[in-house]
Design a protein around this ligand. Sequence first.
Ligand SMILES: C[S@@+](CC[C@H](N)C(=O)[O-])C[C@H]1O[C@@H](n2cnc3c(N)ncnc32)[C@H](O)[C@@H]1O
Length: 350
Amino acid sequence: MLSKRKINKIKILNNKKDFRLDKFIEMALFASDGYYLRKKPIGRKFDFVTSPEISQMFGEIIGIYLVYHWKEKIKSKFNLIELGPGNGTLFKDIERTAQILPNFFENAEVNLIEINKELRKIQKKNLNYFRQSKIRWSNTLDFRSKLPSIIYSNEFFDCFPVRQFLNDNDHWFERYIKFNEKENKYYSINKRVISKKILDNLSEYKRQKIYEVSYSRNKYFEQICKYLKKNRGICILFDYGYDKKIKNFTLQAIYNHKKTSILENIGQQDISSHVNFNELIEIAKQKKLQINEYVSQGDFLIKYGILERKKKLLTKNVNLNKNLLEEEVDRLINVDRMGKLFKCLVVSNL
Ligand SMILES: C[S@@+](CC[C@H](N)C(=O)[O-])C[C@H]1O[C@@H](n2cnc3c(N)ncnc32)[C@H](O)[C@@H]1O
């Protein structure tokens, strides 16, 4: 990936040329006229709604989980790092929940990793006023601290650009995006892979027709694992993804809640792909981290008490809209909705 500072200065719309697919996605999302630098993407009125935006209970369950791990295994000064906080809703819910143990936030060095300036403004507005002086915002993770860390994210790893390979009779082809001057639009082409290094990587997948990979995502996660191994800590991530062979590419574009082509509305629409959890788990194992959890989002939330929390909320607040609350929880845990496609991976060195 290009350094964020470099890419943020480039405009994709002035750059009408050919790209390898991952470079095209990177520009469409992170160039100065790219989606994540100029749009407010998250929320009911925008392109997509995420779990923390659906219900406060999502963040509350995670909050309890984080507090428990800090109390049992860290008990000292630590880094609390959220990757891609969006509107800040998850942080807000975790912060409220963590008040049950005041020492937790007293010991936390809070770092929010956020690239989108518009979202940073929203986060600053939404987050507790007194805490702001203690929050540090950064574009990327800083691995210099020696403190143990609690790192968490929701729908962060799906933002990384992917490369797509097609296997045609044992010949591998890779997807590129070309610009057609005459028609003034982009289209896809497949180029034969000739790089020996890539062909060696692909040889492992020769029984598959397709292979989609995000080398930048894997690299980012590998850096986190190395950091945890060195300084202790835990990483909890939620994302949509898979752990079996896929039959179709998962790359998708969403514009106004609707699926579109990645070649349309460039810089105006979200582009994401499903996370290959097998690869992340393999990386964590190689770095000798413990895999604490690898479950569906639904199973995680049920295991850590979302149904009990719902009951409690309903008994304590008779004015709450019961049907709405039931609907929110159903959306988060139902296997036909977000319950199964979304996964939770927890890795640690504590
Ligand atoms: C899909 S949104 C999810 C937001 C939030 N976690 C939620 O669940 O509502 C992705 C978030 O990650 C941020 N982001 C994406 N890629 C990033 C990167 N490489 N570095 C820093 N922030 C990034 C986006 O700006 C946004 O805040």
